[in-house]
Ligand binder design. Structure first.
Ligand code: ZN
Length: 125
């Protein structure tokens, strides 16, 4: 039986990786875990998860899906802070995508914060 590997490239099955983040049974403990879960949510088209893990003050009003865009691969390049007891963290990543016949890479330094024990994405540059 083929294993449904997680889109975040952890090498683990989705059901043991970002799946429990998405269904709320095991919220992300670290900034990196949230980063991976948000990438997987984008890859699976779960924009509701993307929205609810976005800090309210920076969350866009409208998260529109891009039906012709496919997320292909995630590389987490650097993690600063963001541990289970931290209140802030930063994750640098490269996310590879395809739009039609074109391929591209989004590189971002993302900032995360933990409020009342819950990690949120703040912004990126
Ligand atoms: Zn995952």
């Amino acid at each position: 039986m083929p294993t449904d590997f997680c889109p975040c490239q952890s090498g683990r099955p989705y059901a043991e990786c970002c799946g429990p983040r998405h269904d709320g049974s095991r919220p992300a403990e670290t900034a990196e875990a949230l980063m991976r879960a948000r990438y997987s949510a984008y890859a699976r088209g779960d924009l509701a998860y993307v929205a609810r893990t976005w800090a309210p003050r920076t969350r866009p009003d409208d998260l529109a899906p891009q039906p012709d865009l496919t997320w292909r691969r995630l590389e987490v390049l650097d993690v600063v802070d963001g541990g289970p007891d931290a209140t802030q963290g930063r994750v640098t990543f490269a996310a590879h995508y395809r739009v039609g016949a074109d391929r591209g890479t989004l590189r971002e330094h993302s900032r995360f914060e933990r409020v009342a024990g819950v990690w949120y994405y703040v912004d990126g540059c």
